[in-house]
Write a protein that binds this ligand. Structure first.
Ligand code: 0X9
Ligand code: ZN
Length: 305
């Protein structure tokens, strides 16, 4: 429907979360995992196919970075698709029959709100910093993975400010706590960003190769090939540090080190023509490309475990 082909205000997204829970009460639960620095709730949608508790789960977060509007749009697109096509599409049915899916639609609600009201190009959250008038930390530099080394900034006025210490920010702390307490079940971690069209896996916080590098490389290679074949679009793929840049303190590297050995960051459309200002008419294709990559990674994990 046209609803999913638009960007939505934060208020609309909170309303949508509640409506989705009501309309699909048999498949959807809402879990409050914490609150933002401006005290907005962080809600995770839990999608389940089968009624019995399944032993495995995957996690998707969207909107760590405020200005990357296509990311929350993808989380909404994925939820809609999963609920509408469960028991219709074989792949999503297979995924939901084998894994619960946890979805954090807007990890940085304060920043997202700020991009709608005041500064469309804001990236960080909106927390206060001691001894500086500049607000916000980069939530994707705030995790405990070679925290605040080369590729992050210790200056609160910079867009890649790492925060005063790892997990200093309530948003990153809420995600880290949730994943720590669910690490036995969560087998796949996905973080959705834009832009640049890349399918990344650890590490980004160093040039070291992860032990299952070859396997992760093959998975994103397959996803990229499928996107090219189905949608005629090119996605680069590889470990973050070599493919995009060295950037420590990211959620994907942290999740990997926690033990989630399938951990990815997807950078969605485009490659720079519109950048963060991707027009709404691009939402369907951008989301379908990311959906395809999500299916490839999830089906791989199900096959392997
Ligand atoms: O720099 C980032 O955080 C991501 N790129 S973005 O343009 N969306 O800001 C890339 C994240 C890759 N993963 C890690 N750096 N851990
Ligand atoms: Zn980002």
């Amino acid at each position: 429907g046209v609803f999913y082909e638009r960007y939505h205000s934060l208020e609309d997204i909170y309303y949508w979360i509640n409506k989705t829970k009501q309309d699909y009460s048999d498949m959807v639960q809402v879990i409050l995992i914490g609150s933002s620095s401006e005290k907005r709730p962080l809600y995770v949608l839990k999608l389940s196919g089968r009624r019995e508790e399944v032993k495995r789960a995957m996690w998707i977060d969207c909107g760590i970075h405020a200005r990357e509007w296509i990311a929350p749009a993808f989380c909404m697109w994925f939820v809609k698709y999963a609920l509408a096509f469960y028991n219709q599409n074989t792949e999503i049915t297979e995924i939901l029959n084998n894994m619960d899916v946890y979805i954090l639609t807007v990890m940085n609600p304060d920043g997202y709100k700020y991009t709608w009201t005041t500064d469309r190009m804001w990236r960080k959250n909106r927390s206060y910093n001691k001894e500086s008038n500049c607000l916000g930390a980069d939530l994707n530099r705030n995790f405990d993975a070679n925290w605040c080394t080369q590729g992050a900034s210790d200056n609160p006025c910079d867009p890649t400010y790492c925060g005063p210490f790892p997990e200093s920010e309530p948003e990153s702390q809420a995600v880290a706590r949730f994943l720590r307490s669910h690490k036995e079940t969560v087998k796949l971690y996905l973080s959705i960003h834009s832009y640049s069209q890349m399918l990344l896996f650890p590490y980004s916080c160093s040039y070291d190769e992860v032990p299952n590098h070859n396997e992760l490389f093959e998975v994103v290679k397959e996803a990229s090939a499928k996107i090219r074949r189905y949608y005629r679009n090119n996605y680069k793929y590889g470990p973050g540090a070599k493919t995009i840049y060295l950037a420590p303190g990211g959620s994907d590297d942290w999740a990997y080190n926690l033990g989630i050995k399938y951990s990815f960051t997807f950078e969605l459309q485009d490659r720079g023509r519109y950048g963060f200002l991707l027009p709404p008419s691009f939402i369907p294709q951008a989301c379908n490309e990311a959906l395809l990559a999500t299916k490839v990674t999830a089906l791989h994990v199900i096959k392997k475990l």
